[in-house]
Write a protein that binds this ligand. Structure first.
Ligand SMILES: CC(C)(COP(=O)(O)OP(=O)(O)OC[C@H]1O[C@@H](n2cnc3c(N)ncnc32)[C@H](O)[C@@H]1OP(=O)(O)O)[C@@H](O)C(=O)NCCC(=O)NCCS
Length: 374
């Protein structure tokens, strides 16, 4: 018998936690009360990390200290790099990264310690090491050696340096930095909720982050940006775009990068990513990815009335930055690590086990039938 009616399929409209980290109101997203537009324009990823973790923008001294801590914590244990060399090169990149995060715990003496201080340190280590993991996986599977992090570079610059072996230009580094700012947190999205559920059992921070990564991987969540790129590659003309959208809608397929559970009047992050995609299309002299995206956007709006979400233009932005498709979702995770760890710390600070109810819709109570009588 049902214990309670389901409030909304997929928990739609259900308030499942209190949080002071980020908030969505209409088409506005704020981190600790500050508008994402202002942060994208004026701040840096490191400042945003501090804001998400500690609730306030850092002073110059606090920021320098955080940057120094992060830059000094990026290296991976040699055993972890050795283990990565044994991964199958064709493995799904999100499977590889979440496996490495699990492996980190083997060599991390703080992993099982649950003091507030140890967890704060763990958050810094995860944030600092995650880009090193993503870049190393990419290089190792191409038969190249990982590149050691450069402590003189910020998070965005250092990631691109470890990935490609050369320092990015200032424009490219700033675009990467803004993309990191835009993806850093997003209220109670599915992967952050998964992290909070794991943390609410008082499991350790690495485990909670692995739960988040497993959840981010799906195409309805963080996996959408890679799927968008796969679509863009198949389309070469306005007719293709029109036909693709029409056929997908007829088959009742979801068009990746469109729609959102919470935003109904547009995703504020998508506006920024669209501008960045346009800027890069002009700077690289390659209009294809931006123009194809625009055509699809136009058709989806016309044929289904849906607006792009964060993943739609982030696909072409990453493509212009010459980042392989299979790294799109791991890069999303690199930024969201700020939000995951902030939410896990917030959950630990005022914890109660997250354990909802299910509306049971199975058979009425009945007896066991022995196997020979079935
Ligand atoms: C994000 C998403 C999962 C939100 O899902 P949701 O809140 O459960 O919304 P629903 O799936 O119930 O969609 C409501 C209606 O809009 C349609 N819709 C929503 N997103 C759609 C999309 N991307 N393409 C086509 N139709 C879509 C649904 O088919 C449904 O139509 P119906 O009422 O006729 O059945 C969904 O929009 C989606 O799958 N988008 C594509 C994946 C994506 O880009 N994910 C990244 C999110 S940031």
């Amino acid at each position: 018998m049902a214990q309670a009616a389901v409030q909304g399929k997929g928990l739609e409209g259900v308030v499942a936690a209190s949080s002071a980290i980020s908030s969505i109101m209409g088409s506005t997203l704020t981190y600790r009360g500050i508008d994402i537009d202002e942060l994208a324009e004026r701040s840096t990823f490191e400042e945003v990390v501090y804001l998400l973790w500690y609730g306030e923008l850092p002073t110059r001294q606090q920021l320098d200290r955080l940057c120094g801590d992060l830059a000094g914590s990026r290296s991976l244990a040699p055993e972890v790099i050795d283990a990565m060399r044994r991964f199958p090169p064709e493995a799904n990149t999100m499977v590889a990264v979440r496996t490495v995060v699990s492996l980190l715990a083997f060599y991390d003496p703080l992993s099982e310690e649950m003091s507030a201080e140890a967890n704060e340190k763990e958050a810094r280590l995860l944030l600092a090491r995650f880009p090193t993991i993503v870049a190393a996986i990419h290089r190792i599977r191409r038969g190249e050696n990982p590149i050691a992090p450069d402590p003189s570079l910020n998070e965005a610059e250092n990631f691109l340096y470890m990935l490609k072996g050369k320092r990015p230009t200032q424009t490219v580094a700033r675009i990467m930095d803004v993309a990191l700012v835009l993806h850093a947190d997003h209220e109670l999205n599915a992967s952050t909720f998964a992290a909070r559920i794991a943390a609410s059992t008082l499991s350790d921070m690495d485990s909670a982050v692995v739960a988040a990564l497993c959840t981010l991987k799906g195409p309805l969540h963080g996996g959408a940006n890679q799927a968008v790129m796969e679509t863009l590659e198949r389309i070469v003309s306005p007719d293709d775009a029109r036909g693709y959208v029409r056929d997908a809608l007829e088959r009742k397929e979801k068009i990746m990068g469109f729609g959102h559970r919470v935003y109904r009047e547009g995703d504020p992050r998508a506006r920024w990513l669209k501008q960045m995609s346009q800027q890069l299309s002009q700077e690289t002299g390659n209009p294809r990815w931006f123009e194809t995206s625009r055509l699809i956007e136009e058709q989806v709006l016309k044929q289904r009335g849906l607006l792009p979400n964060v993943d739609f233009y982030s696909a072409s932005v990453h493509m212009y930055l010459d980042i392989p498709k299979d790294l799109f979702t791991p890069i999303f995770a690199m930024s969201r690590m700020a939000g995951y760890t902030a939410h896990i710390l917030e959950q630990y600070a005022d914890n109660r086990l997250i354990r909802p109810l299910a509306d049971y819709v199975g058979p009425d109570r009945r007896g066991y039938v022995p196997i020979d009588e079935r």
